[in-house]
Design a protein around this ligand. Structure first.
Ligand SMILES: Cc1cc2nc3c(=O)[nH]c(=O)nc-3n(C[C@H](O)[C@H](O)[C@H](O)COP(=O)(O)OP(=O)(O)OC[C@H]3O[C@@H](n4cnc5c(N)ncnc54)[C@H](O)[C@@H]3O)c2cc1C
Length: 384
């Protein structure tokens, strides 16, 4: 990535201050703060913009375009592979562009701005007995924009899928300045958030004269060119989050451009708003801890565990516990682990505690007859 000459960076900062009402922070302190995320990488950005609203975002991208400066979207900055470090103008949505615009309990959808923190959305959705399924461990800090950027998963993605599976539509902005909706319905005006453009969004929108149509024509050509190769080369695994979701462009997958953009790490568009799918939130939970001789034994049992229909699943090995012991972290919790050096945490949900416990009991019963029977410990969960 090419850095701007310092006089150009100063001129860009001046232009931004004239055009936006949010913060323009090109000082050394701000640039140092935003040089890292949760990864080991460090790249000092050109400057930082904290937009006050979505119009500020549009104006920021326009000003950067005038100076040929790259832009980098940032939510909670919890990425592990350097997704939020670059020699670019960093746009941080988490301070102001973080509203839950609407929750529609009947349609089970939410409309959010990109800086909305996942737990904010989960708390609001819980009032309607709903939740957003994917939940990285960073759920108290990570944003929906970042989850869309990374196609995040998490413990409860076993009940609801990856972020891509829970995005209905998005309002996006290209570097060229085109702002439009992609995905089912293609707009906020649809009250039910359901598909409305017929079976194929790409065919529907490729015919126009505007910038959106030109992009859709490009996508159409792309999928025609690789129609055979994509199903052949894309592995059919539930947690495939690497690379672009080209499979989502195929008619067989629903041809949803929003879902195709999930996981693109801000390289194609800036996400301004997203309409998301919410799922029922099990009111009662039981957590079943399974202990194995090692983590390979734990992994070998995952298919059977999934057959039992858990709402959450996580696995970890003795390394993690050793590190926790070294740092004297959570000794009470470690003492409650069943015997073993590899574990599965399996969470069951139900309308009542008895229902959730019964599901855990059935799995314990089933695993008792296995060749490598795990040690077990069930407990009720009061809060997820
Ligand atoms: C301790 C720890 C545990 C973790 N556990 C999990 C886990 O269990 N499961 C999991 O999947 N991940 C996990 N992660 C990774 C990370 O927390 C998630 O991917 C999280 O969803 C990132 O959200 P964020 O808001 O921090 O995103 P950021 O790091 O801010 O951004 C992520 C990407 O999204 C892009 N982006 C952000 N906003 C926008 C926007 N408006 N438009 C376009 N692109 C945008 C960014 O440019 C970047 O490429 C973990 C990380 C840590 C440090």
């Amino acid at each position: 990535m090419v850095a701007l000459a310092s006089d150009q960076a100063h001129a860009l900062a001046r232009r931004l201050r004239e055009r936006i009402s949010g913060e323009v922070r090109f000082d050394a302190g701000a640039r140092a703060l935003y040089a890292t995320d949760a990864s080991n990488y460090r790249e000092v950005p050109i400057g930082v913009v904290v937009p006050r609203d979505l119009d500020d975002v549009v104006a920021t991208v326009a000003a950067c375009r005038e100076f040929d400066a790259p832009v980098l979207s940032r939510g909670g900055g919890t990425s592990l592979a350097g997704q939020c470090c670059n020699t670019a103008v960093v746009i941080d949505y988490s301070k102001w562009c973080n509203r839950i615009v609407e929750i529609d309990p009947r349609a089970r959808t939410a409309l959010v701005e990109p800086g909305c923190v996942l737990d904010q959305l989960r708390d609001a959705a819980a009032e309607h007995g709903l939740t957003f399924g994917p939940d990285p461990s960073t759920h108290a800090h990570n944003t929906l924009g970042g989850m869309i950027g990374n196609n995040s998963c998490g413990v409860h993605s076993v009940m609801a899928g990856r972020t891509a599976d829970n995005v209905i539509a998005m309002e996006v902005l290209t570097y060229d300045g085109a702002r439009f909706w992609v995905g089912d319905g293609n707009g906020v005006e649809r009250p039910d958030g359901a598909a409305g453009d017929g079976p194929d969004e790409i065919d529907t929108h490729a015919g126009g004269e505007d910038a959106k149509a030109a992009i859709y024509r490009g996508l159409k050509a792309l999928r025609e060119r690789y129609a055979e190769l994509i199903p052949e080369r894309y592995p059919d695994i539930p947690r495939r989050v690497s690379g672009y979701n080209l499979d989502e462009l195929l008619p067989a997958c629903g041809a949803n451009v929003a879902r195709a953009l999930v996981g693109s790490e801000g390289t194609c568009v800036v996400v301004l708003r997203a309409r998301l799918r919410l799922v029922p939130r099990p009111p009662c939970r039981t957590l079943l801890m399974l202990g194995y001789a090692d983590v390979c034994g734990a992994a070998a049992h995952v298919p059977e565990v999934l057959d039992a229909g858990p709402v959450g699943l996580e696995g970890f090995d003795d390394n993690l516990i050793r590190f926790m012991r070294d740092k004297h972290m959570h000794p009470d919790a470690i003492a409650r682990l069943p015997d073993g050096d590899g574990w599965l945490m399996v969470e069951f949900g139900g309308d009542t505690q008895d229902q959730a416990s019964a599901s855990a009991g059935r799995l314990m019963e089933r695993l008792r007859d296995c060749a490598s029977t795990p040690s077990t410990r069930p407990s009720d969960v009061r809060r997820s």
